[in-house]
Design a protein around this ligand. Structure first.
Ligand SMILES: Cc1ncc(COP(=O)(O)O)c(C=O)c1O
Length: 483
């Protein structure tokens, strides 16, 4: 670094009046970036001091375009404080990952490279294939599998079911189809599947919600429904197994579903948004996702239980030929050549609907290279143990579980002695109060006709003391009658 490049104390200069979209003085920019990086690292390592807070009412005015000013100060004071809370160790709402320090490095490298990962011959493609290959091996799929990084499980579900549709109806891309297709899932399936079914033009009545027994799809009921539908002239398209249900964290018996899918020649898709990552956990949690390797496709997220920053999901397809058959098409303006930038053999535009794509793989690669796979396995296992700890504490405090804790989700009610209506009111008030008081973030869901408190542990910052403290808070509010 030259002396000139390291000048301290330079005053910020005016924006270049010629408007060249470059800093008028790169040395000043370098100073600003060093300052900003310090602030970012400070903030990230002090995540515990930064819970969610209510955004001020005038935030839209604060953000109104055209105010200029000191961007480092504005980002620090006006932007970063109003995050969505999931970086805090006591955030257990919905299913949200906590973000990693490696994201900072990936973000910087990604911004400098600004790679478009739709295709062509450059490093980001190779990195994405390396990340997909790693995930494929963890899921136990063979080398003939392929995949594509996407926004999240919702998009991965659409791509997977489209691949299923093309395999079932080979002329689909040319001719469309009037076939009456049906899809089967347990009645706790995430609505990403319903939306995918709607988007693919099936209409959500085509999604058959099969009875579940102890959180698992009833395989007999599934087979009967398939037989009935065939008799009625429907074409069964796919079974959607759930590895980690959003409400209570239950798992279908994926081996049993794979047996049905094979016998019936139906595509097996697994919604493994978070639960697929139990493949990295210790027993007994690892066994929950046994059979996932037999799926035709898996939708899963790095941004949930691999803690990687938003967004990063993955559609894994067991057979690359099925995957390409659904999406590959190269008009002349996307022609590949044997050499040059238009070289490279597998372009991601042939594996999904996006042509222009960001470099999501970089976040995953940095995370795995910085911390190593074992650290993720340990954190996932710990999150499962934390859900079990919460369950124990809840019960020891006279509160009650509303579903068994099988993985990383604990759903409970704060005062089981009240009526269902009163419990619903109390539980939702407790959730709101703890959020507003910046004590903890639980979300809520409905189980057995009642609003319940729900904690999903996909947070690498949570320590056991956080759970003890939150249970005390819930208990105190329950005794007080909440608000
Ligand atoms: C089981 C399950 N499936 C699908 C989704 C949707 O995933 P995404 O938000 O990444 O699109 C979620 C989100 O929480 C989920 O928990």
């Amino acid at each position: 670094m030259t002396e000139q490049m390291n000048i301290k104390g330079i005053e910020p200069v005016e924006i270049d009046p010629d408007g060249h979209l470059n800093p008028p003085d790169w040395n000043v920019f370098r100073e600003q970036m060093h300052d900003f990086l310090d602030r970012c690292v400070d903030r990230m390592c002090a995540a515990e001091s930064h819970p969610w807070q209510v955004p001020p009412d005038d935030l839209s005015e604060t953000y109104a375009i055209g105010q200029g000013g000191d961007l480092v100060a504005r980002l620090t004071e006006q932007v970063m404080p109003y995050h969505s809370g999931n970086t805090h160790p006591q955030f257990w709402g919905w299913v949200q990952g906590s973000g990693l320090p490696s994201d900072l490095m990936a973000g910087l490298a990604g911004a400098v490279m600004n790679s478009n990962v739709g295709g062509r011959h450059h490093g980001a493609n190779a990195m994405e294939w390396a990340v997909i290959d790693w995930a494929r091996r963890k899921m136990g799929m063979g080398p003939e599998a392929s995949g594509v990084l996407v926004t999240g499980t919702s998009q991965a579900t659409v791509l997977s079911l489209q691949a299923a549709k093309v395999r079932a109806i080979p002329n689909l891309r040319a001719e469309g189809s009037q076939a009456k297709l049906t899809v089967y899932a347990g009645n706790g399936v995430h609505n990403a599947t319903r939306k995918a079914v709607e988007l693919l033009g099936l209409g959500h009545d085509a999604l058959r919600l099969v009875r579940t027994d102890h959180g698992k799809m009833d395989v007999l009921a599934l087979s009967q429904q398939i037989a009935q539908d065939r008799a009625d002239g429907f074409l069964p398209l796919a079974i959607v197994g759930t590895a980690g249900s959003v409400d209570v964290g239950s798992f279908d018996d994926l081996n049993a579903l794979a047996d049905v899918a094979k016998a019936q020649d139906i595509w097996l898709h697994v919604d493994g948004a978070f639960g697929a990552w139990t493949r990295l956990a210790d027993d007994p949690w690892r066994g929950l996702s046994d059979g996932i390797e037999r799926a035709d496709s898996i939708a899963m997220d790095f941004h949930k239980w691999m803690y990687v920053g938003y967004d990063c999901g993955l559609a894994l397809i067991a057979n690359e030929a099925d995957h390409r058959a659904a999406f590959a098409v190269r008009p002349p303006y996307l022609e590949g050549f044997e050499a040059g930038l238009s070289g490279g053999d597998r372009w991601f535009c042939d594996y999904g609907i996006d042509l222009s794509r960001g470099n999501r793989a970089l976040k995953v690669w940095c995370a795995l290279e910085m911390f190593g796979e074992d650290a993720f396995a340990a954190s996932i296992t710990r999150n499962c143990a934390q859900a079990a700890l919460l369950a124990d504490l809840v019960q020891s405090q006279g509160m009650a579980l509303v579903a068994p804790v099988v993985s990383n989700i604990c759903v409970f009610t704060a005062n089981p002695d009240l009526s269902l209506q009163e419990q619903s009111t109390l539980n939702s008030q407790i959730a709101i109060k703890l959020q507003l008081d910046q004590r903890a973030v639980f979300s809520t869901t409905h189980v057995n006709g009642m609003i319940c408190l729900r904690a999903a542990f996909t947070n690498h910052r949570t320590r056991e003391r956080h759970i003890h403290a939150a249970v005390q808070d819930v208990k105190a509010l329950a005794e007080k009658g909440a608000l």
